[in-house]
Design a protein around this ligand. Structure first.
Ligand SMILES: *Cc1c(COP(=O)(O)O)cnc(C)c1O
Ligand code: SF4
Length: 330
């Protein structure tokens, strides 16, 4: 009998690091350098892919990629204004798994799974059990979209929609494409960055042959996240006619300096990706230590404007519950 072989991305996903001490050992870092290292095994466990970890600098406790994933005791602090649903997702839930916040665009919580757990994540407390689009909830979600002809764009988000297998995605995308008034399909995914092997040929085939115009919004916060393997994945997407954009979060100690943000924009463009949003931190519980003040954010944008062509400037935005769009920060 021929043994069943998982595609390599699934093996990589299954082999993700789940023990922060193992990561520190790989990076030649003594865990005594991190007295505030937090043992998180339940609510929002530590998780990072090995390929992403391989882009961290060895021996550097302040590495900007390491800082995005390493849990610390600061996450236990309760800070006023930082809560469980920082962007008002839940009041915009139309049906389980369907968020309808902005005109013409619905967002589907395709899955709660991610390949990497970013400690600043705005959905770290999201009630995925009630709110993810399980297979049994798909029909009801698609029916809601079918009934509203003002919806022209469907966004697959999560969690990470590319954590789903190609078969499930193909079924979902086919069903969305069958709704005549939907013109665009957007995927919000960090996998092209943290698990570039995910951009495999069946996926490329699927995206390249859809009637829908496809947009991939990736998520990288620092230029060091973009290595040659990410470049290859992004080039393959572009070859299928997929429009690729990036959203980043402004994070204290990670990318809150002009040099890092300029390099990020330039490296993204070298990979064929345009910067889209630079988000002020969404105030999720346990993330206050990542926040960059608005005045500093505006200073950074001014520095970027002085150095970069207009098309490489991300839009600085803040998401406010109840607002009709992501608010420009001025
Ligand atoms: C961010 C978001 C969108 C997309 O907003 P754009 O400004 O079009 O990128 C859509 N729906 C929800 C619920 C969102 O959070
Ligand atoms: S990949 Fe996105 S959804 Fe997943 S943990 Fe990171 S920020 Fe949150």
């Amino acid at each position: 009998m021929i043994p069943y072989m998982f595609p390599t991305w699934q093996t990589e996903l299954a082999n993700a690091l789940t023990d922060p001490r193992e990561l520190l050992t790989l990076l030649d870092l003594d865990d005594r350098l991190f007295p505030a290292l937090k043992d998180v095994t339940t609510e929002f466990p530590f998780r990072v892919t090995r390929s992403y970890a391989a882009r961290m600098r060895k021996g550097d406790p302040d590495d900007p990629l390491l800082r995005q994933v390493l849990p610390t005791e600061l996450e236990s602090l309760e800070t006023p204004g930082f809560g469980g649903d920082p962007v008002g997702d839940l009041p915009s839930s139309m049906r389980p798994g369907v968020l309808y916040k902005y005109a013409g665009r619905v967002l589907l919580i395709a899955t709660g799974a991610c390949a990497i757990h970013c400690r600043y994540c705005f959905r770290r407390d999201f009630p995925y059990t009630d709110q993810q689009l399980t297979r049994s909830r798909e029909d009801s979600a698609l029916e809601a979209i079918t009934q509203d002809s003002s919806i022209h764009e469907v966004i697959l988000s999560g969690g990470d929609p590319l954590a789903l297998g190609n078969e499930r995605l193909a079924g979902l995308i086919r069903a969305i494409a069958a709704i005549p008034h939907v013109q665009r399909l957007r995927l919000h995914s960090r996998l092209p960055v943290v698990l570039p092997e995910r951009i495999d040929s069946p996926l490329l085939d699927l995206l390249g042959h859809s009637r829908l115009r496809i947009i991939m919004v990736i998520h990288a916060n620092h230029g060091n996240e973009l290595d040659a393997s990410v470049g290859t994945a992004l080039a393959l997407l572009a070859r299928q006619g997929v429009t690729t954009l990036n959203q980043a979060v402004l994070l204290r100690g990670i990318n809150d300096d002009a040099t890092a943000l300029i390099e990020l924009s330039e490296k993204l463009f070298a990979c064929g990706v345009l910067p889209y949003y630079l988000h002020l931190l969404d105030r999720a519980r346990g993330t206050a230590h990542f926040e960059v003040p608005k005045t500093r954010a505006l200073e950074l944008m001014e520095a970027l404007r002085r150095q970069l062509p207009g098309y490489l400037l991300p839009r600085l935005v803040r998401e406010q519950p109840g607002a009709p769009y992501k608010l420009p920060v001025t």
